[in-house]
Design a binder for this molecule. Structure first.
Ligand code: FAD
Length: 272
């Protein structure tokens, strides 16, 4: 496999840095090719602005989606964005690794998504008509590839459980897993989440490292999260609402977009 790991931590000697090294070493030991985008080390520019669109004239109003579309179509994207797109097309598996900051990814990684997931590449793909709402949510440029998150959190696992005060981790990660990764076509694997990391010691680290090695060994075979495909007949067009006969009376919120309301996925997460 060809694996791209996008790493978003400012300190290479951090826990995240150590876990990244564990993941990369294990993947390479399995014979996979690995490339790493180290956002802080690369000085990644995270904000979308005029500098992203060199072909935009001085007087032209910046409309980010339209400018993104034009830059992608006319091959006038900046070199840093082009290089990341080339890596995404090269890789058959994408890993995003980050510490949970304010219940989501650090801004630098969001900025990588904002700039690299361009119009015509990651969104605005396929036929948009009364019959079809584009190639997205299971279809799109990155279909057939796999993606997953490696996340460290200061909070306790219980605080992220179904009734935990922070909200369930699968709900917090849904905008990333479903909205960012599934949208352009990735099969999204269950995330690898490590909790309560701020009080870690050597023995805690070794057991997590071993779990991570195991996840890296099963990257090609583990079942993806069973999100519903947009164009598989489950959603009404053009409202894009889930058909009223699907989902079951007890299922609400994000779990509606899982094929069986998430029962199977949650069983697998518990086993992992
Ligand atoms: P580090 O600080 O590098 O290390 C954590 C611990 O692991 C330390 O005790 C360190 O000694 C030990 N360690 C590091 N490397 C090794 C090694 N190789 N071997 C053994 N032990 C090691 N948490 C939440 O749950 N929810 C939030 O919303 C949230 N928001 C945050 C927002 C901000 C701005 C910040 C700064 C933190 C937030 N946190 C939150 C906590 C955050 O998720 C954790 O601090 C982070 O995940 C820790 O990862 P790290 O790589 O920075 O760890």
């Amino acid at each position: 496999m060809k694996v791209l790991l996008v790493f978003a931590h400012p300190e290479p000697r951090s826990l995240n840095g150590a876990l990244r090294d564990v993941a990369v070493r294990e993947l390479e030991a399995q014979g996979h090719e690995v490339r790493v985008t180290d956002l802080y080390a690369d000085g990644w520019k995270s904000e979308v602005d005029r500098a992203d669109f060199p072909s935009l004239t001085r007087d032209e109003r910046l409309v980010p989606a339209a400018a993104s579309k034009k830059a992608f179509e006319t091959d006038t994207q900046t070199q840093d964005v082009k290089a990341e797109i080339e890596k995404l097309l090269w890789a058959d598996t994408l890993i995003l690794q980050f510490p949970l900051w304010w219940f989501t990814m650090p801004a630098i990684l969001k900025g990588w998504v904002d700039r690299v997931f361009a119009y015509g590449f990651a969104y605005g793909v396929g036929e948009h008509s009364e019959r079809r709402w584009g190639d997205r949510y299971g279809e799109g440029t990155l279909a057939g590839k796999r993606a997953m998150l490696i996340v460290t959190a200061g909070g306790w696992e219980e605080h992220y459980a179904a009734r935990g005060v922070n909200g369930p981790i699968d709900d917090l990660l849904f905008p990333i897993n479903h909205g960012i990764l599934y949208y352009p076509g990735y099969d999204v694997l269950p995330p690898f989440v490590v909790y309560r990391v701020d009080r870690f010691d050597e023995s805690g680290f070794e057991s997590v490292a071993e779990r991570l090695r195991e996840r890296m060994r099963t990257l090609a075979t583990i079942a993806p999260i069973p999100y519903r495909r947009q164009n598989g007949g489950d959603y009404l067009i053009p409202s894009m609402a889930l058909r009223p006969d699907l989902g079951g009376a007890d299922t609400q919120g994000f779990a509606l977009h899982l094929e069986d309301g998430g029962a199977e996925a949650s069983r697998k997460t518990k086993i992992a």
